[in-house]
Design a protein around this ligand. Sequence first.
Ligand code: FES
Length: 106
Amino acid sequence: MNGWIRVASLGELVSTMSVTMDGVPVALFRTDEGIYALDDICSHEYSRLSEGDVWAGEVYCQKHGSRFNLRTGAVTGLPATKPVGAWEVKVENGEIWIASCKRKSS
Ligand code: FES
């Protein structure tokens, strides 16, 4: 499926939340810099990044402390070694949309 999919309203996203897009769990993050979307499942083991702490443009996985860049999904702290997917996000008329097939390179 191509195109944009509405996943939440801006009012629903206070700081972090998990949504499902085409069966894929996606973590949404709202920061002073913008709204970001990453695969919700950590690339190290099973843990939800939407339950992690966000600081200085990174999310800290709650299970073992790996860090991922919110913009790119790149690993910025071990023990994870593989990036997580980063999704294109847009906000229109108070609604958050994610590109269904377009991921930023990470
Ligand atoms: S499960 Fe995320 S760092 Fe281990």
